[in-house]
Write a protein that binds this ligand. Structure first.
Ligand SMILES: NC(=O)c1ccc[n+]([C@@H]2O[C@H](COP(=O)([O-])OP(=O)(O)OC[C@H]3O[C@@H](n4cnc5c(N)ncnc54)[C@H](OP(=O)(O)O)[C@@H]3O)[C@@H](O)[C@H]2O)c1
Length: 256
């Protein structure tokens, strides 16, 4: 099952999964975008299940897992790609938006893992794939709420991975860099009045390819994209340089 499959990385992962011969349940909050993903998948209806769900809703999460259990009888891989961003100064980030971003990027993922685990425990080569971000390893200005939610997801994933070892369930944490998707136009908050265009990023298909290689090699963690690898490396040895550089980019941004 792949959440956030209505576009971007989730859709690319769904296409890769079908090309690898898997049956896939695709889920998203937006029924029209989910339909577009379904139309792009070269697979029979028996091998694809579309589930429209707002995963911040407890009942919707449970219904999602119930549908998979009742109709397919099990679950082998859960990919949590649903997510949202909020861009702008922390002082401009409304308390409700801060909570919402934690709900989408952290609580709904953690709670979906919780209710999926009994099915995964009986799955074949069971695996959870959590799509975090390079901002889940290094905080950057203008993304305070998003960074907090992705750090929470990264920490949760590392802890859960170790807990799942005795059950044979793997957990792959993915930290992508900037990726060319509609993410920037679907933010839940943007106080900068700048359009966030991610056209310099890597293609979502490239992220999906790396994820599948990571799945096959049973990797624990993947940093995807040159920008992500560079930033995480630089932060390990020169964190104050990264602070200055990121702060400088914000000043340039607001002057434009
Ligand atoms: N693009 C990047 O540069 C980048 C970099 C690093 C990590 N990521 C992460 O990669 C993941 C995929 O992002 P993307 O770039 O592919 O963007 P995307 O195309 O916007 O995909 C995210 C999907 O999640 C869905 N979603 C949001 N809230 C949801 C909810 N409450 N319930 C169910 N689905 C919900 C969105 O639906 P709606 O839009 O209809 O609400 C959207 O279809 C996210 O977790 C993101 O944080 C992205």
């Amino acid at each position: 099952m792949i959440t956030g499959a209505g576009g971007g990385i989730g859709r690319a992962l769904a296409l890769s999964a079908v090309q690898h011969g898997m049956r896939v349940a695709i889920s998203d909050v937006a029924v029209d975008r989910l339909g577009q993903t379904r139309a792009a998948l070269p697979a029979d209806d028996k091998d694809i299940k579309e589930i429209t769900a707002d995963l911040t809703d407890k009942g919707a999460r449970q219904r999602t897992i119930d549908v998979i259990e009742s109709e397919w009888g099990g679950l082998d891989v859960l990919v949590n790609a649903a997510g949202a961003g909020a861009f702008g100064s922390f002082l401009d980030l409304e308390p409700d938006s801060l909570r919402r971003i934690m709900e989408i990027n952290f609580f709904s993922v953690a709670e979906l893992c919780r209710i999926a685990l009994p099915l995964l425990r009986d799955g074949i080569d069971p695996l959870i794939v959590n799509i975090s971000s390079m901002y889940g390893r290094r905080g950057v200005p203008q993304w305070a709420g998003y960074c907090a939610s992705k750090f929470a997801l990264s920490g949760f994933s590392e802890a859960l991975r170790a807990e799942l070892v005795p059950y044979g369930i793997g957990l792959l944490l993915v930290l992508p860099g900037v990726t060319k998707t509609d993410f920037g136009s679907r933010l839940i908050a943007n106080s900068t009045h700048q359009n966030l265009v991610l056209s310099t990023g890597i293609a979502p298909e490239a992220v999906a390819k790396s994820v599948f290689e990571g799945v096959i090699r049973r990797k624990n963690e993947l940093i995807v994209g040159t920008d992500a690898r560079r930033m995480i490396w630089a932060n390990r040895f020169f964190p104050r340089w990264v602070d200055r550089r990121k702060g400088h980019q914000v000043l340039l941004g607001t002057r434009r």
